[in-house]
Design a protein around this ligand. Structure first.
Ligand code: DHB
Length: 490
């Protein structure tokens, strides 16, 4: 196994691979190394033990990121219970902080983006053990400038963190058979990939290289907000969805000379060349959708014809109608949206083309595999020594970069949950919650719909919805998230 695995192992991990038996870091959780903390949740004080910056592999490549923060309610050390949970039965909430496929440090309980309690703090208050993993990302480098976080590093790290929790299940409060992963965007994609690919041996050589615990890495449940996933098909999906929308509004993030992060919206119109690329990519999407043999809840095939029309598009429209209906039922005024037809309190129709206009195009073609290698995802698929690569045949064939290269097929496969759901030698998570807002244009809504439908068709429990008018974001409906988790574990 070691010999064959060396061939597909990233260069940067070969030295680590030779030393997996005597790692630099112990995989045994040190129960005494904590600080006690108290925080207030809705007027109630919560005391917990904080085990922070725990290295979760024996041969880490980067101890800034291959670490986990673990938080345990103090009651569990006194034989107490919280709700229906005890030290033995408490589920482990596993939120990652990954965004943009960038490196991420572990998260901690506290305030959320909107000012309220974040998911980790709320989880503690409800009796969950919280384990928040860090992971390497697309820009991670070592001292010599070698890239150490290119694909598949982030998913390998998350799996290693899961294995660490299982390795220490007996001595740590919480039930490692009840790990619930949570993430948003790239973090949502990695949450989904973690759940899809449990125990699949494809990842084994990479896990061995960093000295991951020799344990299973399947998880109990997946929460994924706006997963930027299925990247090798997302280029075509995006152009199919935004076909004919030639004006775009791009968010550009840069750093100024003082290293301050600058965000600005850049408006533009696709050039004739870009429109041609859009048309060519869009034309590739129906064959992909049809190859999946998706079915709706009534068993009817979800397909697209060569013009990009068909039952799959009707299904997306029905999801947006359901979303609008839910908003209407909860008192949202929809009267300013002329593309929605409402009759007697029922959303009877929407004009889907006008909905897509209102949603608006954010990215230019190719949205994820950019022809000039400028997308974040091009950087994700780099190597130890090459910063950016293509990962679709189309972009490589039409690249505007003379000496561009393409990621190897194994790496591309390892990053896409669609390759693993319910496959042989895989223990795909049984429980899923997927959310993608109707005002999110960071990827096509088709990507979440394909993921959710594939899971449903293969018999997994999936709670999938497009929340009304929600832009690219996550953790905005924590009450509903926690109800879903309680229903699974209570
Ligand atoms: C994220 C957003 C994107 O538009 C993308 O392509 C990848 C990741 C993010 O927010 O994590």
């Amino acid at each position: 196994l070691l010999v064959s695995s060396m061939l597909i192992m990233p260069l940067n991990s070969i030295s680590a691979a030779s030393d997996t038996t005597s790692g630099q870091y112990s995989l045994d959780f040190s129960t005494a190394s904590y600080t006690q903390k108290t925080m207030t949740v809705n007027g109630q004080s919560i005391t917990f033990r904080a085990y922070e910056n725990v290295v979760y592999v024996s041969n880490p490549v980067d101890t800034k990121y291959e670490i986990m923060n673990i938080y345990v309610p103090e009651q569990y050390y006194e034989g107490g219970t919280i709700g229906s949970y005890s030290a033995d039965t408490a589920p482990i909430f596993f939120p990652n902080s990954i965004g943009g496929y960038m490196p991420a440090e572990p998260g901690s309980p506290g305030q959320g983006m909107g000012g309220g309690n974040n998911a980790a703090l709320l989880a503690l208050s409800k009796g969950y053990v919280v384990a928040s993993p860090g992971a390497r990302g697309r820009t991670t480098q070592d001292e010599s400038g070698t890239y150490t976080g290119k694909a598949p590093a982030a998913i390998v790290d998350l799996k290693a963190a899961v294995r660490y929790l299982r390795h220490n299940d007996k001595i740590m409060p919480g039930d490692a058979e009840k790990i619930i992963s949570n993430g948003t965007s790239a973090g949502g994609a990695l949450s989904a990939l973690l759940g899809a690919s449990g125990n699949n041996p494809d990842y084994e050589p990479y896990l061995q290289a960093i000295g991951a615990a020799d344990e299973r890495d399947d998880i109990f449940a997946v929460s994924a907000y706006t997963p930027i996933t299925n990247l090798d098909n997302a280029n075509a999906a995006y152009e199919w969805e935004f076909s004919g929308i030639n004006d775009y509004s791009k968010l550009e993030i840069s750093t100024d000379t003082d290293y301050h992060i600058q965000r600005k919206t850049v408006k533009g119109t696709l050039t004739a060349d870009q429109i041609q690329v859009s048309n060519e990519l869009s034309a590739m999407f129906p064959a992909y959708v049809n190859s999946l043999n998706l079915k709706n809840a009534n068993g009817n095939a979800l397909t697209l014809d060569e013009n990009g029309e068909g039952t799959f598009r009707d299904y997306l429209k029905s999801l947006v109608i359901s979303s609008a209906q839910k908003a209407l039922d909860s008192g949202t005024d929809l009267s300013d949206k002329s593309w929605i037809t409402i009759s007697n309190g029922k959303v009877t129709d929407i004009n889907y083309d006008q909905y897509v206009q209102y949603l608006g195009r954010m990215k230019t073609p190719g949205a994820f595999d950019a022809l000039d290698l400028s997308a974040g995802e091009n950087q994700l698929f780099g190597t130890a020594t090459t910063d950016t690569q293509h990962f679709t045949e189309y972009a490589q064939a039409h690249s505007t970069v003379a000496d561009s290269t393409m990621a190897d097929a194994t790496t591309i496969k390892l990053m896409n949950p669609m390759n693993y759901i319910g496959t042989e030698s895989t223990d795909t998570s049984k429980n899923w919650r997927i959310r993608f807002g109707t005002k999110d244009s960071d990827t096509a809504n088709a990507i979440s719909a394909i993921l959710a439908t594939t899971l449903k068709n293969k018999g997994y429990a999936v709670d999938f919805a497009l929340p009304w008018d929600v832009p690219h974001s996550g953790d905005y409906d924590l009450q509903e998230l926690f109800t879903w988790m309680a229903d699974l574990t209570g």
